[in-house]
Ligand binder design. Structure first.
Ligand code: URA
Length: 444
């Protein structure tokens, strides 16, 4: 094993050490990442390193060193250190219909936190917070870092995308992993997520680790391994984290598609919304308030969150941030100002019964083919199209009753999508209870 202070002999030696299952020193990892960002390590060597990590793994300490090296590859936000409000964020590993960030960010700000949220875009069948926000007319997610910091200190909240200057090592390495079959590595995923989150100057993070057909993690075992890694590495890197494993077998809530999801988020901020979406928001909100020491118990946290929703303070906070980022804040009261698809087509049940299952992956892929998502980073998305799910698992349906509504651009899209959407539903005779949303909560 190399001495921790020894200088790196070469990239080749680092790759070979990891290939042979050795533990890398912090200094070697730091050197490798800095050299990679300076283009002094070619992609083919970095791909070999990523594969060695995927096959051999990393210790939590190595993963923490990788995380910090990636965080330090670019700029970091610096929020007002004298402001006593805790700096909190929530991150989801991604799913279908997951619009919780749109609700939770203003909700936490209304409960006394600062939320410096740097989010991602949709890719494949999973949605992205930035695309949803950009469906609000005028909303800009491209604030310069200094404006972002001031907005968070002023309004308790701002929502932007990852810029070229924030964790550039992750941007470069993720693109490489994507084409070298090295995404599915727990240490690399941990470092990728935490390096970005650590640029936000956070006190605490809540991770929503989605599990199931529509999620990145297909099994509880994989999701648990990622949760343990994030909590442990977060601790070593100075970030207090809680993780909640939640089911992503059916989509979350009733809306899938950018503007439709904003509309549903607004419903929740006004005290309505689908029960699974509300519950997911409250569970993650409760963990965030407890992680940030704004509440000492789940009951206390839920009381604060419910009051912020009931009083309209969370909705007001969302209006403030929309206006501050150039958007049309009137959408809070008049959601019909959001983009709307020209054609709506209901998809009806062929038989009476109960919804036994609804395939999130199928619905996500369908929304993608309608134009709501992107196949390649950089593809344009259509803000208006998507699906509204009238029926979810456990709900009763009569023969001929609408199960869902397609929001599409053309009659041809409706024709093609209707049978595909129907195939996502499984209807049975018996009344079944859908499984609990929350699988497990883990705290550092
Ligand atoms: N999301 C990320 O940000 N990084 C990964 O490596 C995987 C999912």
């Amino acid at each position: 094993m190399p001495r921790r202070s020894s200088p790196p002999p070469s990239t080749l030696a680092i790759i070979a050490a990891k290939r042979d299952g050795k533990t890398l020193s912090d200094a070697w990892i730091r050197w490798l990442i800095a050299a990679y960002v300076r283009d002094e390590v070619p992609d083919y060597q970095m791909a070999a390193f990523a594969m060695a990590v995927l096959l051999r793994g990393m210790t939590p300490r190595e993963t923490a060193a990788l995380t910090l090296a990636m965080r330090d590859s670019g700029q970091r936000a610096h929020l007002d250190a004298k402001d006593p409000r805790p700096k909190l964020d929530k991150h989801s590993t991604g799913g279908v219909g997951d619009k919780v960030s749109l609700i939770l960010a203003p909700l936490l700000a209304a409960c006394g936190a600062r939320v410096p949220m740097i989010s991602g875009r949709s890719l494949g069948h999973t949605g992205g917070t930035l695309d949803k926000l950009e469906s609000i007319p005028g909303f800009s997610v491209d604030l310069p870092l200094h404006d972002f910091e001031r907005a968070v200190d002023r309004d308790g909240l701002a929502l932007i995308g990852q810029t070229d200057d924030l964790a550039p090592a992750d941007r470069k390495l993720y693109a490489l992993r994507d084409v070298t079959a090295t995404v599915e590595s727990i240490p690399l995923i941990t470092a990728s997520i935490l390096s970005k989150k650590l640029t936000e100057d956070l006190d605490a993070l809540v991770m929503d680790i989605k599990v199931g057909r529509g999620a990145f993690m297909k099994t509880v075992r994989e999701a648990r391994a990622l949760a343990h890694s994030i909590l442990r590495v977060g601790e070593l890197a100075g970030l207090h984290a809680h993780a909640v494993l939640t089911r992503m077998d059916p989509p979350l809530g009733r809306a899938v598609g950018n503007a439709l999801e904003v509309r549903e988020a607004i419903e929740v901020l006004h005290g309505g919304g689908a029960s699974d979406l509300v519950e997911c928001t409250l569970v993650l909100g409760s963990e965030a308030l407890r992680a940030g020491k704004l509440a000492t118990s789940d009951a206390q946290a839920r009381a604060q969150l419910t009051e912020a929703l009931r009083s309209g303070r969370a909705a007001e906070r969302f209006a403030t941030v929309i206006a501050a980022q150039g958007g049309d804040a009137k959408v809070l009261r008049e959601p019909e100002r959001l983009p709307q698809a020209p054609i709506r087509r209901e998809v009806c049940a062929a038989e009476a019964g109960y919804v036994h299952s609804l395939d999130a992956l199928g619905v996500g892929q369908l929304a993608l083919t309608l134009g709501a998502g992107r196949v390649l980073a950089g593809d344009a998305v259509d803000p208006a199209v998507g699906v509204w799910l009238h029926k979810k698992p456990g709900e009763r349906v009569k023969k001929g009753e609408p199960l869902a509504e397609l929001h599409v651009r053309t009659a041809g899209d409706a024709e093609r999508a209707a049978p595909a959407l129907l195939a996502c539903y499984e209807i049975g005779r018996d009344n079944v209870r859908p499984p609990e949303l929350v699988i497990q909560t883990l705290r550092a």
